[in-house]
Design a protein around this ligand. Structure first.
Ligand SMILES: [Zn+2]
Length: 399
């Protein structure tokens, strides 16, 4: 199960007996449904079992009353190649993160590549290679959206047109390269947007020796699609400046694990007070100096729910449907037509919470009992989370 084919099809999968269906949609986070039908990796029906065509499945899963949510999306990772990170000399970090419920990761730049090229033709070649490599190789089945160039001084509009034409859809964190001034960043972000390339900007103090400060005025002027790690990566701007960013920008508010936790809570509360919770998305910013966090997204969900006091079912949307919508992905919502990427969870054994949502609200992370990507089971009981009280079982398979 370590390296399932990226292109296998699931056939017809019926998932029944779901105890709680989390939709990923912040306007309606809980669905009145207990059954999902999948056809060839896509959601074909969601509802009550009696209302769904559950006949002759290739695979039948009994969720045994557990919670089904869209697979979690990590909006901010720094992959290199394969399932390896040189930052902390670790192997298998992506597969390990799948065991934390993550089914899609979005690169904020392949910045840890030893000897990373910083000349323009070199950085373009790296981005195209990384995009291709992760398109062809999915550790644990995880969709790693990579190929996110770090922009450097001297790039022209034609460079962005070339990148887009070659299949690059993301910019790495603006500010990690030589482009650090607001006006210059604004020009390049606008070129990227013109050619359909999404942008993220580094926010806050330098991450590691050699990187630099990006303050709120640069973030506002550059106007990237995502205010990357608004709570710092790791050093945050002042809470007043973070709240000002939430208020004056309309872009995604990305909160990360490898950032300042106090400011993470302030940013989430500001978004709620400003009535824009749909803008909040979650990432880990791993691998980084703080390491790799296979449970980083679940930990952020528990942190924001328990300490910021935001209902757990809404916080799950920060890591699923919000990210999918802000980043135009075909996953992240339990909705007909979307990719059948799911995480099955139950309250961890011996949590004080009586239900999964209550346990998360008390600050406990849930136990993952199964992860499915494109309708294919990628793991059963997680090797990384605390054990779930109940887990789903595959009761029948036609193969
Ligand atoms: Zn950063």
């Amino acid at each position: 199960m370590a390296e399932p084919a990226a292109n296998g099809t699931s056939g017809k999968v019926v998932i029944r007996n779901v105890g709680l269906m989390l939709s990923g949609d912040i306007d309606r986070p809980i669905l009145d449904a207990d059954t999902v039908v999948v056809r060839d990796g896509r959601i074909a029906a969601v509802g009550r079992e009696a209302d769904c065509d559950t006949s002759t499945p290739d695979v039948l899963v009994d969720a045994r009353g557990t919670t089904l949510a869209p697979g979690l999306i990590d909006s901010h990772v720094h992959p290199v190649f394969g399932d390896w990170t040189p930052r902390q000399g670790q192997l298998g970090w992506i597969d390990s993160t799948m065991h934390g419920g993550v089914t899609t990761m979005i690169s904020a730049g392949e910045v840890h590549l030893p000897g990373r090229p910083k000349d323009i033709v070199g950085l373009k070649a790296l981005a195209i290679t990384a995009q291709r490599a992760f398109d062809n190789f999915r550790p644990g089945g995880v969709k790693v959206l990579a190929g996110a160039p770090i922009i450097e001084k001297g790039m022209t509009e034609q460079d962005f047109a070339d990148l887009a034409k070659a299949g690059v859809k993301l910019l790495g964190e603006v500010g990690l390269g030589s482009v650090k001034a607001g006006a210059e960043a604004k020009t390049m972000v606008a070129w990227a947007r013109k050619y359909g390339i999404q942008s993220t900007i580094h926010t806050g103090g330098p991450s590691i020796p050699g990187s630099g400060l990006i303050d709120k005025d640069v973030v506002l002027e550059a106007d990237a699609d995502v205010i990357g790690h608004i709570n710092g990566g790791h050093t945050a701007l002042s809470e007043a400046h973070v709240c000002e960013l939430c208020e004056r920008s309309s872009r995604a508010i990305e909160i990360v694990h490898n950032g300042n936790e106090r400011v993470a809570i302030a940013a989430a509360k500001a978004a709620i007070e400003l009535r824009c919770p749909h803008r909040v998305i979650l990432g880990t910013d791993g691998p980084a100096g703080s390491g790799v966090q296979p449970l980083g997204i679940l930990r952020m969900i528990a942190l924001l729910s328990s300490v910021a006091g935001i209902p757990a079912e809404q916080v799950f949307c920060f890591a699923t449907g919000n990210t999918a919508r802000m980043r135009k992905l075909d996953c992240g919502l339990v909705e007909v037509g979307r990719a059948a990427d799911f995480v099955f969870m139950d309250r961890a054994q011996h949590t004080a919470g009586r239900t999964l949502l209550e346990s998360v609200g008390l600050g406990d992370i849930p136990g993952v009992g199964m992860v499915m990507i494109d309708g294919i089971v990628r793991c059963g009981r997680s090797r990384n989370t605390p054990p779930a009280t109940e887990i789903p079982v595959v009761v029948a398979t036609a193969h």
